[in-house]
Design a protein. Structure first.
Length: 150
């Protein structure tokens, strides 16, 4: 009986996360066509992203980690910070930032790419490695969101 309730909870969470991802995609599309908001400086936006990442990591010290399966948001924030620090992020590194199982994280990377929020590029030196970066629309969406939050 308990196994059924856990399975139902996981299905409900997966459904809600999919709805959130779709909403985020719609908002990203609106950002592309909306006039630019008053721009907040890059350093302030990156600082806000770092703060959000630190706060998200701190949650697991006080509450069960399974309550916070939002790997897409963690990955988007990590990509935003890496991009503005001019660091290259590959799939393996990005998965490490997600606090989720590798297979779950890789599914979210696929989903984020389908939504047009990230781009995947094959590393020209080591073709087995795939670099991941925010797409132009993903960067714009995060800038707008972080500017609103700053």
């Amino acid at each position: 009986m308990e196994r059924d309730s856990v399975a139902t909870l996981v299905q409900d969470l997966t459904s809600r996360l999919s709805e959130i991802a779709n909403e985020f995609s719609q908002r990203a599309q609106r950002v592309e066509t909306a006039p630019s908001p008053a721009m907040v400086g890059d350093e302030q936006l990156v600082g806000k992203a770092r703060t959000l990442l630190a706060e998200r990591r701190a949650r697991s010290r006080f509450l069960p980690a399974e309550l916070f399966h939002e790997p897409a948001w963690d990955m988007l924030l990590a990509l935003f910070v890496a991009q503005h620090e001019r660091r290259v992020m590959n799939v393996k590194t990005l998965v490490g930032h997600s606090d989720a199982p590798a297979t779950t994280s890789q599914r979210w990377i696929d989903h984020l790419a389908k939504l047009g929020l990230i781009d995947r590029v094959v590393d020209m030196v080591d073709r087995r490695r795939i670099e991941v970066q925010l797409s132009e629309s993903g960067d714009g969406a995060l800038r707008a969101l972080l500017s609103a939050a700053a």
